[in-house]
Design a protein around this ligand. Sequence first.
Ligand SMILES: Cc1cc2nc3c(=O)[nH]c(=O)nc-3n(C[C@H](O)[C@H](O)[C@H](O)COP(=O)(O)OP(=O)(O)OC[C@H]3O[C@@H](n4cnc5c(N)ncnc54)[C@H](O)[C@@H]3O)c2cc1C
Length: 500
Amino acid sequence: MTRLIVIGSGFGGLAAAVRLQARGFDVTLLEKRDKPGGRAYQFREGGYTFDCGPSIITAPDLLDDLFDTSGARREDYVTLVPLEPFYRIHFSDGRYFDYSGRSETVARELTKFEPEAVEAYHRFMAETGRIYERAFVDLAHQPFMTVPDFLKVLPELARLRADRSVYSFVSRFFRDPSLRMVFSFHPLFIGGNPFRASSIYSIVPYLERRGGVHFAMGGMYSLIEGLVRRFRELGGSLQCGTEVAEIEVRGGRAVAVRARDGRRWEADGVISNADVAWTYQELIAPRHRRKYTDRRIARLKHSMSCFLLYLGLDRQYDQLLHHTILMTDRYKGLIGDIFDRKILADDFSLYLHAPSKTDPSLAPPGGESLYILAPVPHLGARIDWTREARPYRDRILRFLEEEFGLDGLRASIKVERWFTPLDFKTELNAHLGSAFSIEPVLLQSAYFRPHNRSEDVERLYFVGAGTHPGAGLPGTLLSAEIAARLIGRDLGTANRVLNA
Ligand SMILES: Cc1cc2nc3c(=O)[nH]c(=O)nc-3n(C[C@H](O)[C@H](O)[C@H](O)COP(=O)(O)OP(=O)(O)OC[C@H]3O[C@@H](n4cnc5c(N)ncnc54)[C@H](O)[C@@H]3O)c2cc1C
């Protein structure tokens, strides 16, 4: 049987492991942490359950497809519920926008800001629908391994004006500054800067309306547990607490991996779901890297990081929906502080996740499980998180109490943890502590993004946020589908389950 090692059990690693095991390979999945999930880790404390990272499911059909191709039904593993509205976006002038998949709700909300925007919204959706067909259906499913692969799609990218930023694309439709924020902030979900991410990333509002925004009951971690269960049912082996320290390369080919504790696994192929930059720099000796040299890695633009606060509250707040976003009026300025000037600004844009609104089992009765996400610069900034975390946390909580009106927030905290860019580095082996890996700009997308099959080492493949097509659940799930296809082609094995 052909033996494969998958390094890392984030969504990309797990999805690849399920697909490959279902194809008939003998897959061993090695995970550094005590539990699988990566950025989608979950912890429980004092009766509260916290999903640590992803909270929004935008393309549920990709999850259905993953279970389906492994010969199972997603519904038998995890329950997804649609959210309505998707989220509420608050502005500093006190107004808010309920972002929804229902036309009448969207029309009502748009009219609050700009009466002509309803017609503009329909044009925007029609245009993003066209981009979706090209960028998501055609481009995101392709591996982009060679220059000719890429040249074939260049005219299409030119037609789509992929050189334009999401913000400038959105500004063609909406005049009101708040509406421009509402329809352009989505690249931040995948580590992109709306002012320079290519307009092909403006499809998220379309994706959301098409498939809805969903939540997994029991927390997003139910998806991880469901995938692990499916992987094991198919005969795969998962070993947690196992950090890979080296990918051994012989004759230009990946032949084995060695763990930090000395254990060694021979393999016919290796799939890395660990950060791409980290994999090349830390796991593969420089003499085997002609393209991804340390110099080239240093030139890659990495996306921002996040400061995350997980709070178990003994009360609930009506102001909070399942997803709540608080926008500063210094939209462009704050994003510039995070991505370019790399400073910790005095103001915030925050994302608040209160999953106990949808699934009360995630908090004790009458309480709330709340996570607060503040986008912050990655570790390329001169910010000492060992000193800054506490005062930054204090400022956020003061802001939420005094400016946003969550009265008594600090007094209601029963459980508290935080996760800083430094934790992204030490816990998840994220290069520069980036939360979303390589920044999605045009020159780091498709052919220009690290390929799903290594360009330096044979029989080495990549899945996850830093590789094509990119970060976020949809991107990482697609990366696994592409890698599984490439591996099937390269190592050829009889499909045990059709289409896996
Ligand atoms: C705070 C936050 C919120 C987000 N919200 C959303 C959202 O709502 N919706 C959405 O679609 N996306 C969201 N994203 C993005 C999405 O979560 C990620 O893009 C995706 O989960 C990354 O998956 P991945 O496959 O790249 O693996 P990761 O989750 O990065 O996992 C990689 C795994 O590899 C392991 N590893 C690393 N090095 C080694 C080694 N040497 N040996 C063994 N194991 C190793 C790590 O421990 C980790 O478990 C969010 C991300 C963050 C950080």
